[in-house]
Design a protein around this ligand. Structure first.
Ligand code: FHN
Length: 480
């Protein structure tokens, strides 16, 4: 009897092994050999990337010539995103480009900007060095269309990098490859002349990127944009080589999935489905709903306060997100292993609008109390519940419940992963307020809130253990 059992186990093990090998061969056969695909499968494991992963909250800044008209031209309001106003039919391109002669942000104060971000609790900032209009906020040697030729004359990126770094905030440089001001930019290459022009454009782009890395060596990464047009998508070899070159001269550099396409024109994910770059950059104004949607990759979500305005817009029409809505987005991102990056659009004079300053202050007030549940936190592995989101402090046994919806019953349902117990539960803003979870089923408990009328999101800390507590009751599943 015993030998029959051993024989059966052996046969099962052999069959299982054969099945796994067949699966692997299948994968190898279906994986297409690529010259310019992903450089790696799986997440980066180095300290620079670990630092990026731990940020939780970031700030985005869209600032440029478009901040002067602020979505309005000759008394008419442009309906699109204000930073796209140059593409509007109602505006002659040369009139827009002449805005350079009006760019004089006398109220600009890099230290004040950094302080606002610090107050909000941002751990990193992404700043537009050049948006699609091509205007450079640094004195690039490779074009005349820069701040150096505006009435302001001085570099803006250097002081920003210094001020944010001094405030303990890492800087990532936003760079639009698409450049409406450069005569060599093409959407598509149709002729020999286009091809020659685009070759010049590629050299220009390389020069500018290397210049940025040379001038601002403390930056942690590059945030690429304007890379979706056919002409650029077809430059797989060039972009791959340039990425490798930038990484060599700036070790640890972090680049998202928007920079380059593979030789088949696949963006973000290569032909074999592997992420191109260090983190997924597709979560713009949207957030995944489940952990399965992020496929184990790093990612960040960039979010506007109104529906779709990045640059300063005088009108700020439509729904304006509230502090609690934004905090909920932050919680959702961190609970699903992502960072949340909130956009600010300073005015043409360099000041930041009051609405954004208030949001930064209010988010910061919440962060001061609850930051422990955001920084250096990750997906907790607990089944999501309607009251809010779980995060987990990386490398510890601390799980956080970020509560946004208090049930009328005041009972917060928890479904524990197997082999998990709770040794202590308490409020993060007042650790003396402790809870004794009530077991209501197998791996299922309630935490009964003492106060059912909360008016702000709050956090409960769960100290967990890998030891399953001895069950007082044996639960029976319904027979159906
Ligand atoms: O077209 C831009 C837009 O103006 C803005 O800069 C956003 C920020 O992620 N990126 C582009 C659209 O994806």
């Amino acid at each position: 009897m015993k030998s029959k059992k051993i024989f059966l186990i052996l046969i099962t093990a052999i069959l299982f092994n054969q099945f796994c090998q067949a699966q692997q061969t299948e994968f190898k056969q279906t994986a297409v050999p690529l010259k310019h695909g992903a450089h790696r499968t799986g997440r980066r494991t180095d300290p620079d990337m670990a630092r990026w992963r731990a940020y939780g909250l970031g700030q985005f800044i869209h600032w440029g010539l478009y901040s002067i008209p602020g979505g309005e031209w000759n008394g008419k309001t442009y309906n699109g995103a204000s930073e796209w106003i140059r593409s509007w039919d109602g505006i002659p391109k040369s009139s827009y480009d002449s805005l350079i002669y009006h760019f004089n942000p006398t109220k600009f104060d890099a230290t004040a900007w950094a302080k606002t971000a610090q107050q909000m609790g941002a751990k990193y900032v992404t700043i537009t060095t050049k948006h699609h209009d091509g205007f450079c906020l640094w004195p690039s040697k490779f074009t005349k269309y820069t701040v150096a030729n505006s009435p302001y004359k001085k570099d803006l990126i250097g002081p920003l990098v210094d001020a944010y770094n001094k405030a303990g905030i890492d800087v990532i440089l936003y760079f639009s490859v698409m450049d409406w001001n450069n005569p060599d930019w093409r959407y598509e290459i149709k002729t020999k002349a286009d091809s020659l022009a685009f070759d010049r454009f590629k050299t220009f782009t390389r020069n500018q990127l290397l210049e940025l890395l040379r001038l601002y060596p403390t930056v942690k990464g590059l945030w690429f944009d304007g890379t979706w047009d056919k002409a650029w998508v077809q430059q797989a070899a060039f972009a791959d080589e340039l990425e490798t070159e930038m990484r060599k001269i700036h070790p640890g550099l972090i680049i998202g999935s928007r920079f380059r396409a593979d030789e088949n024109g696949k963006r973000h994910f290569d032909t074999n489905g592997n992420l191109m770059g260090d983190y997924e950059q597709g979560w713009e104004r949207k957030i995944p709903s489940t952990i399965n949607e992020v496929h184990g990759n790093d990612w960040d979500c960039v979010m506007t306060v109104p529906e779709n305005q990045w640059g300063y817009n005088k009108a700020w029409k439509g729904h304006i997100k509230t502090t609690d809505e934004l905090l909920e987005m932050l919680a959702r991102c961190v609970s699903l292993d992502g960072n949340f990056v909130l956009n600010f659009g300073p005015k043409g004079d360099g000041s930041i609008r009051q609405e954004e300053l208030s949001l930064a202050r209010e988010i910061g007030d919440w962060m001061k109390i609850n930051q422990e549940a955001v920084y250096d936190c990750e997906y907790a592995g607990f089944e999501p519940q309607n009251w809010g989101y779980y995060t987990k402090k990386t490398g510890t046994n601390k799980v956080y419940m970020l509560i946004f919806n208090v049930p009328i019953s005041g009972a917060l349902r928890l479904k524990l992963p197997s082999k998990t117990g709770i040794t202590k539960a308490y409020r993060l803003d007042d650790p003396t307020q402790q809870y004794t979870p009530e077991e209501i089923g197998s791996h299922e408990s309630f935490i009964h809130l003492k106060n059912k009328t909360e008016n702000r999101p709050f956090v409960i800390v769960l100290e967990t253990t890998k030891e399953t507590p001895a069950k007082a009751v044996k639960y029976e599943k319904a027979k159906t």
